[in-house]
Design a protein around this ligand. Sequence first.
Ligand SMILES: *[C@@H]1O[C@H](CO)[C@@H](O)[C@H](O)[C@H]1NC(C)=O
Ligand SMILES: *[C@@H]1O[C@H](CO)[C@@H](O)[C@H](O)[C@H]1NC(C)=O
Ligand SMILES: *[C@@H]1O[C@H](CO)[C@@H](O)[C@H](O)[C@H]1NC(C)=O
Length: 493
Amino acid sequence: MVRSILLSVSAALLLAAASTTAMAATTHWEFVDANQPQTKEFQPACGKQLRGVYEDLSIYAVPEECIIKSSMLPAEHMYSQLIVLERQHLEGDTPQDILDWNNSVQEAVADFATDDLVEESTGNQLPYSIFRGRRKFCRFTTVDLPDTQPKYRVLIGSNCAASEVPDLIDVLPSNTEILPVRTEGFVTPLAGLPSDHPIVLKSKNLKHRKSLQAVVDQVDVKTLEQDVTWLSGEATGSPFITRSSTSKQSHEVAAWLKSQFESYGCDTVELMSYQSRFGPNVICTFKGTEYPDEHVILGAHHDSRGSFLNPRAPGADDDGSGTSMLLQVARIIKANNLTFGRTFVISAFSGEEQGLFGSAALAKKLKSQGTTITMMVQGDMLAYRKPGEPIQVAFPARYHTAELSSLLHNVTELYVPEAVVGITGACCSDHQSFWEAGYPATAFFERNGPIADPKYHNSGDLVYREGYDFAQLRASTQAMLASAFEVAEAKLK
Ligand SMILES: *[C@@H]1O[C@H](CO)[C@@H](O)[C@H](O)[C@H]1NC(C)=O
Ligand SMILES: *[C@@H]1O[C@H](CO)[C@@H](O)[C@H](O)[C@H]1NC(C)=O
Ligand SMILES: *[C@@H]1O[C@H](CO)[C@@H](O)[C@H](O)[C@H]1NC(C)=O
């Protein structure tokens, strides 16, 4: 699960965030034309809202020719571009956790951005600090929000290049979300699926089939464990210390996944590179026999994150669990020599933790090719079960296609009756890239309610620890396999 949702890679950085309600009393953001910043006029073209409301923040993206002006910053830094950092709420947060997080953010940004603290606020001014970046053109401004705001939110204004943002993410502590913003066009989520859409038609005719249950029951804990411990580096002989997108090992993980998918007989396996510093997406395709132009995409992300400043990023839950789910589905396809009516794509993304980069690249490519995507479904964090809680499957509360989540909810209840099915506010993952591009998309998560995994974005995100639960991972995998095979029209005996 990404803790950061961010801007896309475009030549120049351009993004901003503005809070309409809460911050209005103390500051306001204006969008101005960078070529004529003195005009101080609102340029409608500079106020494109890409992401809509994120909780209580309204998020805007700023086209390249625009920057924003903030009355919160001192005059010489008034024209700035913004990133909003927000802490991901975790179950059991204490005020001390929030303070610690704030301190780590401040340290991280200072460490990344500076040798020089240029200026700090004094007296009655809103608190801010201005650092001169180690990169010539990269300046950060951190601003603590006033008392009317939740204390754990920090804004960072920067005029860094977009290509530098992944670097920033790498130094930020856990549980920091970088809120948006993609800059390549508007978000175009579907208003609703048409009545003749395959997802809607399927909902009307959904019934339990023994032939599908028979393959669902083949999901196997032993091979899930082999795969996920190989990814996490816990299996004997596994070379992996980290699966961070920007590490050399990210390429090795991708190569290993490619060889696994090849052994499972995918028609094609592609390493899709989209950013030189990141390991590639790994995309296995089974070509459809009846409707080859209609794609069903099953996704997870192979990259991960560890603790702040810790090189170890085992990501057994986030998202080794989803990645092992993908391998399990491919294994079962091979074991049963299955074919599909629709083209079935299994995609292990990279760059998720840095802001859904890998999935955004694939969604963009498919969109530009005019590909029909019947559904995209992501599995991210599938294996943690809080002690005492039942096995669960949860769908997202936002950034998803409601009809699709509803169908897959019902598929889950039919084929995995022991799972309690519900909703989570945990956000965000690769399905969002497809949802934003106007495709039906949703995700599976391990828990109803917020993230409870205490090792989320932690170097202790290992398989062999309390709460990592193979019964939970098996149930999640079964629900996703049933969903994917149902919609892709697996040819079952
Ligand atoms: C956050 O950290 C900064 C710098 O260490 C500090 O000045 C500020 O008071 C902190 N804010 C909160 C809410 O703890
Ligand atoms: C899911 O099942 C419920 C209860 O049977 C039903 O009301 C609903 O229409 C179903 N939704 C879909 C999308 O199949
Ligand atoms: C697998 O399926 C293909 C296509 O349906 C068929 O041609 C082939 O004979 C099958 N192979 C086995 C080993 O069942």
